[in-house]
Design a protein around this ligand. Structure first.
Ligand code: DQA
Length: 144
């Protein structure tokens, strides 16, 4: 079974970008950590700086089939992209929203997610481990 790990704008800069907020691991470090830990999972990793790129990837995986779900860090799109929300609603794939930082402990504009209501659940505040917890949630969901 395949599992999509999807990242939106600015997550390409992890490791260099505000390390005091987002840590020093790069996105490649995080992705490699997942592959090393879940050797039986067929991961697909994708990142885009573009809203449309993130949306297209969801449709691509839905159309190809065989995906158990997606772990999504949509970055700032989380807080305003109705287009991405509609795409999540449009697909059958369960999507787990994840954030490295605890968005609820930050600026007010980060405390609203327009995606959360149409996601399977949300994980926020555990750094790189948020992605692992997201994967874990999807695998558990599959078993249930
Ligand atoms: C983030 C939190 C968002 O508010 C921010 O825009 C990001 C990263 C996180 O992982 O903590 O780009 O999604």
């Amino acid at each position: 079974s395949s599992l999509l790990v999807l990242n939106g704008p600015n997550l390409s800069r992890l490791g260099r970008r505000e390390p005091e907020v987002y840590g020093t691991m790069t996105l490649d470090d995080i992705n490699e950590g997942l592959m090393g830990r879940y050797v039986d999972v067929n991961f697909e990793f994708f990142q885009s700086e573009y809203e449309g790129g993130v949306i297209e990837k969801l449709y691509d995986c839905e159309d190809r089939g065989g995906f158990i779900g997606a772990v999504l860090n949509a970055g700032a799109l989380t807080h305003y992209s109705i287009a991405l929300r509609d795409a999540i609603s449009a697909v059958q794939l369960p999507v787990v929203e994840v954030h490295l930082s605890n968005v609820h402990a930050r600026e007010g504009f980060r405390q609203t997610s327009v995606l959360a209501p149409v996601c399977a659940g949300v994980i926020s505040g555990f750094g790189a481990d948020s992605y692992r917890l997201g994967v874990e949630a999807l695998l558990q969901r599959l078993q249930a």
